[in-house]
Design a protein around this ligand. Structure first.
Ligand SMILES: Nc1ncnc2c1ncn2[C@@H]1O[C@H](COP(=O)(O)OP(=O)(O)OP(=O)(O)O)[C@@H](O)[C@H]1O
Ligand SMILES: [Mg+2]
Length: 580
């Protein structure tokens, strides 16, 4: 019902177009239903001695046929004038909603099913509009007009049509229920088949590593056994429709024709019989049509519900009603008594975090995998709001700053950078489209990736592949660093930004970091000690709490966890250059 209301709401934007369309629609079906009547009039007026009337009605038939065709085309054109902008309007609205939704929504979503919800939903808009306003409306009006004509010829024929209509409607609803329940099973099998195919495509490298081609082939064949059964069950329901509706309608048609023919000696004319036959033969097919259109609505209603249901998702990280503007960001960051639990989870990820990062300083977060380092960064960006406590920038609660403003102050080189399936230039300039080529080149130079780009045969226009697959881990990371530097933010966050780099590139990046960190606040989430040694402050996290803070030398002197990890790394037997 809510879906229906939403659909009507979107249609509300096309009131005038709908009114014109429905008028033409009604004219179209009325003209079409005049055919049997004009045939009757031609026959009833056939007279060897005086053909005038016959020619007159032949003229009317000509107008009905030619005009009907013209009006029908006009009708389809008017429907498109509504359907095309309607589809665009709904798609844009849903897309905007998805973009506006929280990080938490995107973490939970299944991209594959979201894309198919989009595609199926858009198809449903077209199908439901067509079924309700074009097909069913048209058919019902046609049957009503036919009923009027038939009652005029003979009341019994009219009543027979009414009875036929009622019986067929009961049959139609019964058959639709049966058909759709078989469709659910068929869809499930179909989804499982596509699931196996998609999964294999995505994991093609794992399949190759394990030479598992035959295994995958077999997995698919096994699934096809169940699929075949479900396809047959589903397709047999259509045969049931052919047999039941077909038989009932044929018998009804014969009864009506019998009444008409047997009425010939009781005042009915040959023209009347032709009129009855014209209507009943056409109505015979209209019932199949009615079945398929009502089924169409039932089938697509679910898709439409899923599609428009996307609009029901709530944003949990809300914008401030009267946002504060920061005229000039200094870059002071404060985490005040932070506690955090991920949505739909129970486990405390952060607890009692109190930390002040001075404007322009360089701070390192270190700690075991899963300690909560990246989570802290997510809170800073308002990907989530803390369950307890406040995050402040330059003394202002970040909940009071508009999300877009906040995020434009901070640039992040994420732990696992992903790129758009586009060119290197597109990806690098993503955060600042208006950047000049000189600026783009400069940030690439700082990130030590310029030389690599310039050596590529297609240079800046090189396509990086889906999620950046055509680049190595280190190249992707350096590109992400350049992308962040280009936005010239007040706060720079490197989340493990140098983990994929060889020692030589890492050194160069660090030198660049030295330069860029002079004018900004820099947070480095690091596993490698080489990156944290010269930090103004090192924050050691463990299981969501801060256990030590200080400069490298202080922490070493203190002889706590940091010192232990430092020793492990620098004096470790295997020389592994990692904390964990
Ligand atoms: N979206 C999420 N939903 C639920 N739990 C999550 C989510 N993201 C992370 N976690 C959990 O939160 C904890 C902290 O994760 P976080 O990514 O902050 O760790 P980290 O310190 O950055 O670790 P690493 O050094 O491995 O990157 C982990 O136990 C992780 O499993
Ligand atoms: Mg992390």
């Amino acid at each position: 019902m809510k879906t229906f209301r939403r659909f009507v709401y979107f249609l509300g934007g096309y009131k005038l177009e709908m009114a014109v369309f429905m008028v033409i629609n009604t004219v179209s079906v009325t003209v079409e239903s005049m055919r049997p009547w004009t045939m009757k009039m031609i026959l009833d007026n056939a007279n060897i001695n005086n053909q005038t009337n016959v020619y007159w009605f032949l003229g009317v038939l000509g107008v009905v046929v030619v005009g009907g065709n013209f009006i029908n085309s006009l009708n389809l054109f008017l429907a498109d004038k509504i359907k095309i902008p309607l589809s665009k309007h709904i798609r844009e609205t849903v897309f905007k909603k998805i973009l506006d939704l929280d990080f938490a929504y995107h973490v939970d979503k299944n991209t594959g099913s979201l894309i198919s919800a989009f595609k199926r939903g858009d198809g449903a808009v077209d199908q439901i509009f067509g079924a309700v306003f074009q097909e069913i409306y048209w058919t019902i009006i046609y049957i009503v007009i036919a009923f009027g004509f038939l009652v005029k010829v003979n009341v019994s024929i009219g009543l027979a049509l009414l009875a036929l209509f009622l019986i067929n409607m009961v049959l139609i609803f019964w058959l639709i229920r049966k058909n759709l329940s078989k469709r659910v099973a068929f869809n499930k099998s179909e989804d499982e088949i596509s699931g196996i195919i998609t999964d294999t495509m995505i994991n093609y490298d794992t399949v190759k590593y394990f030479a598992a081609e035959k295994k995958e082939q077999k997995r698919l064949s096994n699934k096809f056994v169940e699929w075949s059964k479900n396809v047959w069950d589903y397709s047999n329901t259509f045969r049931l429709v052919d047999i039941t509706i077909g038989t009932v309608s044929a018998v009804g048609m014969l009864i009506m024709l019998y009444i008409a023919v047997s009425g010939l000696n009781k005042g009915l004319t040959i023209g009347d019989v032709v009129l009855v036959s014209g209507f009943v033969t056409s109505i015979h097919f209209q019932f199949f049509h009615l079945f398929s259109q009502i089924r169409n609505i039932a089938k697509h209603a679910v898709d439409l519900e899923t599609y428009l249901g996307i609009l029901d998702n709530e944003t949990t990280v809300k914008e401030a009603s009267i946002p504060k503007k920061i005229a000039k960001t200094m870059g002071k960051i404060e985490f005040r008594n932070i506690g955090f639990v991920y949505p739909k989870n129970k486990e405390k990820i952060l607890d009692g975090i109190n930390l002040t990062i001075k404007a322009g300083s360089k701070v390192a977060f270190v700690g075991r995998s899963g300690a909560g380092k990246t989570t802290l960064v997510k809170l800073l960006l308002r990907f989530y709001d803390p369950s307890k406590g406040l995050v402040l920038i330059d003394g202002i609660d970040i909940k009071k700053i508009q999300k877009a403003d906040l995020r434009s102050m901070i640039a992040v080189v994420p732990q696992e950078p992903v790129l758009f399936n586009n060119t290197i230039k597109f990806n690098l300039a993503y955060g600042r489209e208006e950047a000049t080529m000189a600026e783009i080149e400069n940030s690439a130079r700082q990130a030590n990736i310029l030389e690599f780009i310039e050596k590529l045969p297609n240079g800046w226009e090189t396509e990086v592949g889906e999620r950046g697959i055509k680049l190595s881990g280190g190249q992707k990371q350096r590109l992400a660093i350049a992308r962040a530097l280009l936005t010239d933010p007040k706060v720079l966050v490197f989340d493990e930004a140098t983990s994929n780099l060889d020692s030589e590139s890492e050194k160069q990046i660090q030198m660049a970091l030295e330069v860029v960190s002079k004018t900004r606040t820099v947070i480095i989430v690091a596993h490698r000690f080489s990156t944290v040694r010269d930090a103004d402050s090192i924050v050691v996290l463990s299981a969501g709490t801060i256990i030590e803070t200080g400069k490298h030398d202080q922490l070493i002197k203190q002889g706590g966890v940091y010192e232990k990890l430092w020793n492990l790394q620098t004096k470790g037997k295997d020389g592994v250059d990692r904390l964990i």
